[in-house]
Write a new protein. Structure first.
Length: 132
């Protein structure tokens, strides 16, 4: 790495590489290049990829369409991790091929839970009195 590398530029690099990996995985899943019946029957969104500082590990957050059969989809992705890792290695120019770890993206569930709390009458009442 150059001597003028700062933590900010490293984090930008991690974000950029994570986005590249996300795009590759999304493209592979969208085109149906993985020959797995579970993945063929589900639409899977790759919502985020977080890279480790050394770029050797990638945590991939996925969400099946409408959250259906999340466990089955995660198991199918884990079964096909070698193929997916190979596709990422071919399409993203890195020194090492990143180990992929698939996790369910819980951020949508958390957001809807927070939204439900904010819509409760007692919370809405408190919010209205705070604005006056």
């Amino acid at each position: 790495m150059p001597a003028h590398t700062t933590p900010e530029t490293r984090s930008v690099r991690l974000l950029r590489v994570g986005e590249q990996v996300r795009h590759v995985l999304s493209d592979v899943l969208m085109r149906g290049e993985v020959h797995d019946p579970v993945l063929a029957s589900h639409s899977v969104s790759v919502t985020e990829v977080r890279m480790s500082p050394d770029l050797r590990h990638a945590t991939v957050f996925v969400k099946p369409l409408l959250g259906a059969d999340e466990g089955e989809v995660l198991a199918a992705l884990k079964r096909n991790v070698k193929y997916l890792r190979g596709e990422v290695a071919k399409r993203v120019n890195l020194k090492f091929s990143a180990q992929l770890k698939f996790l369910a993206d819980e951020s949508f569930d958390e957001a809807s839970h927070i939204d439900a709390i904010l819509r409760r009458p007692e919370v809405a009442r408190d919010l209205e009195t705070g604005e006056e």
